[in-house]
Design a protein around this ligand. Structure first.
Ligand code: PMP
Length: 386
C-alpha cells in the first residue's frame, strides 16, 4: 500500500494505485492459475488472453475501425519511430512500385529525433515544417499555410508528426488531414495516448510507448491501417537497394503472430490491460478528456495569473494538456521551487534537462485533487515572489 502520491513526472509516470495493487497480486498468481502473469508463456491460453483483452480494450476505447489492426512490440517510443520508417517505406514500395520520401513535421524534441533517425537509417526524409525555424523555440504548432507541402503528394511515403511533444509541452489539437488526401499520416502519441478521443480512421499509423498514460515501460502499442501490412518482400527491397526490416520489428510478421512472434513482456501488457479496464470503468475517453481539460486549465490559469513570476514558453493554442511547461523568470529560484514543492509532497516537477525550468505532467492518472494541491502551491509561491 502507499499514501496517494502527488507525482508529476513525465515518464515513467504515475499509475492508479488500485491498478498496481491488482497487478501486484497478478504478478504472484494470475487469474488463480497458480503462477504469475510474468511467468506464463506468451503463447499460453492465459498469455494469449492478456494480449487479446488488451487489444480489445484499445479497440473499444478508440472505436478502432475494421480497417485497422492493433499490435504490440517490446520497447518504447524509440522502437516506434525507428521501426516505422522501413515498414512504411516497404508498404509504399509494394503499392507504388517505386521508392517514396518520408516527410516530417518537426514540432519538438521527439519529432526532431525521429527525423534524425530516419536520416541516420538512410531513408532521405524531408522536413515539411520545423516550428523552431518559425518561433526560434519549439513553442508553437505552425498553421498549415506555413508548411512546405510538396507539389506531388503521390511521392510521399508517409507524413510523420508527434501529437504531443513531451519535452516542449506543445500538442496538436487536430492534424490538417484535409490538406493531404490519400497520404498516410503517422503519429507519435507516446505522451498523450488515450488522453482524448481520436479518429483512428484518418491515420495510417498511431504508436505510443506505454509508460506515460497506459502502463510501465517495456512495451509499445501500434494501431496500423491493415493495407500498410502489405509490404515489399525482403528480396524486392534488396533488389532496390532498400533496407530490410529486422524480423522482431517487421509489422506484418508481428501481426500475423498476434504480437507473439517473439516473447512479448506479458506482465507489462497485463498492466496496460488493467489500466485500460480502469479507464473504461471511469467512463472512457470523453470523460478522461474532460478531466484532462479541467486539470490543465486549472494549472495554466494560475500560471498565467502571475506573469511577473512565470514565463510560459508555449503559445496558448498549442499548449499541451499533458505536459505543462513553464519557467520561473528569476532562474535563481528554481531550486527553491523544487525544494519547497517536495516539502509539500509534490514531486517530479523538474523540466527536461535540455530545456530546464519546470514541467508538470498531468497524465490520466494524476487526479484533480493532486492538481489542485499543485495549483495552491504554485499560487503561494507566486504570491511570495511577485
Ligand atoms: N516519443 C515521445 C513523445 C516521448 O515522450 C518519448 C519518451 N519520453 C519517446 C518518444 C521515446 O520513448 P522511449 O524512451 O520509450 O524510447
Amino acid at each position: 500500500d502507499r499514501e496517494e502520491p502527488n507525482y508529476f513526472g513525465a515518464g515513467p509516470a504515475l499509475l492508479p494505485t488500485s491498478v498496481l495493487q491488482q497487478a501486484a497480486k497478478d504478478l504472484i498468481n494470475y487469474d488463480n492459475i497458480g503462477i504469475g502473469a510474468g511467468e506464463i508463456s506468451h503463447r499460453s491460453k492465459a498469455g494469449t488472453s492478456i494480449i487479446d483483452q488488451t487489444k480489445n480494450s484499445i479497440k473499444e476505447l478508440l472505436n478502432v475501425p475494421d480497417t485497422h489492426e492493433v499490435f504490440f512490440l517490446q520497447g518504447g517510443g524509440t522502437t516506434g519511430f525507428s521501426s516505422i520508417v522501413a515498414n512504411l517505406s516497404a508498404a509504399y514500395i509494394k503499392k507504388h512500385q517505386k521508392i517514396g520520401t518520408p516527410y516530417y513535421v518537426i514540432d519538438g524534441t521527439w519529432s526532431k529525433k525521429s527525423f534524425e533517425e530516419a536520416e541516420r537509417l538512410g531513408f532521405n526524409p524531408k522536413v515539411i515544417v520545423n516550428s523552431k525555424e518559425i518561433d526560434g523555440k519549439f513553442g508553437t504548432i505552425p498553421s498549415v499555410d506555413k508548411w512546405n507541402i510538396p507539389k506531388n503528394l503521390d511521392d510521399i511515403s508517409f507524413i510523420y508528426y508527434c501529437d504531443n511533444e513531451t519535452v516542449n509541452g506543445v500538442e496538436f489539437r487536430e492534424f490538417p488531414f484535409d490538406k493531404f488526401p490519400n497520404v498516410e499520416i503517422v503519429a507519435d502519441m507516446s505522451s498523450n495516448f488515450l488522453s482524448k478521443p481520436v479518429d483512428v480512421s484518418k491515420y495510417g499509423l498511431i504508436f505510443a510507448g506505454a509508460q506515460k498514460n497506459v502502463g510501465v515501460s517495456g512495451v509499445s502499442i501500434y494501431i496500423i491501417k491493415k493495407s500498410l501490412l502489405q509490404q515489399a518482400s525482403a528480396d524486392e527491397l534488396k533488389k532496390l537497394g532498400q533496407h530490410v526490416v529486422p524480423i522482431a520489428f517487421d509489422y506484418p510478421t508481428v501481426v500475423n503472430n498476434n504480437s507473439a512472434y517473439n516473447t512479448i513482456p506479458t506482465f507489462t501488457v497485463h498492466i496496460v490491460n488493467l489500466v485500460l479496464k480502469n479507464l473504461i470503468e471511469k467512463g472512457g475517453l470523453k470523460a478522461q478528456e474532460a478531466e484532462n481539460i479541467e486539470k490543465s486549465n486549472l494549472l495554466y490559469s494560475i500560471l498565467d495569473k502571475y506573469p511577473t513570476v512565470f514565463n510560459m514558453p508555449v503559445e496558448k493554442s498549442a499548449r499541451s494538456r499533458m505536459n505543462i511547461v513553464f519557467t520561473i523568470k528569476d532562474g535563481s529560484l528554481d531550486n527553491e521551487f523544487i525544494k519547497e514543492a517536495e516539502n509539500a509532497k509534490l514531486s517530479g516537477l523538474k523540466g527536461h534537462r535540455s530545456v530546464g525550468g519546470m514541467r508538470a505532467s498531468l497524465y490520466n492518472a494524476v487526479t484533480l485533487k493532486s492538481t489542485k494541491l499543485l495549483c495552491e502551491f504554485v499560487e503561494d509561491f507566486a504570491k511570495k515572489h511577485q
